[in-house]
Design a protein around this ligand. Structure first.
Ligand code: HSE
Length: 359
């Protein structure tokens, strides 16, 4: 009889519960694509879920998962650097591949985790950490590998895009729009990471590290969020032919890169201005393909679970081959050019805020 390979989920929050739900909804198809019979054996969470249909699968001990040879791949959906980092290291050191949706972790510890995976002949995947459901990591790493990437510009945070859209289209206050985003499961546990720009910063760090081959840490990135954007700013921008979007950007300047996250006046002629609600979009520029754009749901339970499970399938079907991407640690920030507003075209709004223009 064919043996059934097992997977585990770390963290049963919005994304983790989405991974369980999508796995059982599409199990047959997932097994076919993974090339093996599969089941979910463990869910790690410190909370009690005695009413859950999966109540028998819950454990509070990572060692149950680490020491179980049947478990071949682990979906980490806990968020935060610790204890996720320690738990993932334990799994990788045992040769279990890990797929994560945890952008904070990848932005701070990606280099170490990728190295550990490689040394243990398994994979560390993080497609779900940037852009929710949008396939972006693998296309950048594989399909666009022949290009020298010169710039990445995008909307990488669903919560703030939802807030800005609702403020613009329904005249909702910042607070009410944020409340809705929280109810829809888009926002981080501490939504200040969304509204202050830290979440988008972590995501552009991941894309930058991937493209430029060295860990780009969040502290190297100029980061400004949307907390101070008012309904008046949004309507003034509209009168002048712009939408205000939280734009994450990395581009080459003088053989270095400069990385930023800031509220930006996006011309209504630019496709990024049409990206609304929780949707994200990423525009990538390269010397072969010119430019390509990726678009999709950037947050939410099943869209993010879709990316996590895609990685789980990838790690199981790659069967012992290390196919995950790789980048070096960075000892210093010599390769980062500090952000300078003078390098951009800007416009001062009546409120005194000076915003970059993206045409
Ligand atoms: N809080 C994040 C966002 C979740 O709104 O984009 C997805 O990473």
């Amino acid at each position: 009889m064919e043996s059934v390979k097992k997977i585990a989920i770390l963290g049963y929050g919005i994304v983790g519960s989405g991974v369980a739900e999508l796995f059982y909804t599409n199990r047959k198809q997932i097994e076919k694509k993974a090339g093996t019979a599969l089941d979910l054996k463990y869910i790690l969470d410190i909370r009690d879920f005695s009413d859950s249909p999966y109540k028998e699968k819950f454990t509070k001990s990572i060692d149950d998962i680490v020491n179980d040879d049947e478990v071949v791949a682990v979906a980490e959906c806990m968020g935060g650097v610790e204890p996720a980092f320690t738990f993932i290291m334990k799994c990788l050191e045992k040769g279990k591949s890990v797929a994560t949706s945890n952008k904070e972790l990848v932005a701070f510890k990606g280099d170490i985790l990728l190295k550990t995976a490689k040394n243990n002949n398994c994979n560390f995947f993080f497609e779900a950490s940037v852009g929710g459901a949008i396939p972006i990591i693998r296309p950048l790493h594989k399909c666009l590998a022949a290009n020298r990437i010169t710039q990445i510009t995008g909307i990488l945070n669903g919560t703030t895009n939802y807030i800005l859209t609702k403020m613009e289209t329904s005249g909702l206050t910042f607070e009410d729009a944020l409340k809705e985003a929280q109810q829809l499961g888009y926002a981080e546990r501490d939504p200040s990471a969304d509204i202050l720009g830290d979440d988008a910063c972590r995501k552009i760090c991941i894309l930058s590290s991937l493209v430029f081959g060295k860990q780009v840490y969040p502290q190297y990135v100029y980061t400004k969020g949307i907390r101070e954007i008012t309904l008046e700013d949004i309507s003034e921008a509209k009168e002048k032919g712009y939408k205000i979007k939280l734009i994450a950007n990395v581009k080459e300047i003088n053989e270095k890169i400069t990385v930023s996250v800031s509220p930006t006046l996006v011309s209504t002629e630019n496709m990024l201005s049409q990206v609304s609600d929780v949707f994200n979009a990423v525009m990538i520029y390269g010397n072969g393909m010119d430019k390509v754009m990726f678009y999709g749901r950037g947050a939410g339970k099943l869209p993010t679970a879709s990316a996590v499970l895609g990685d789980i399938i990838g790690s199981i079907s790659s069967d012992g081959t290390v196919i995950s991407q790789y980048w070096e640690s960075s000892e210093n920030s010599d390769f980062i050019e500090s952000f300078d507003l003078n390098n951009y075209t800007t416009l001062k709004l009546k409120s005194g805020k000076e915003l970059i223009i993206l045409n």
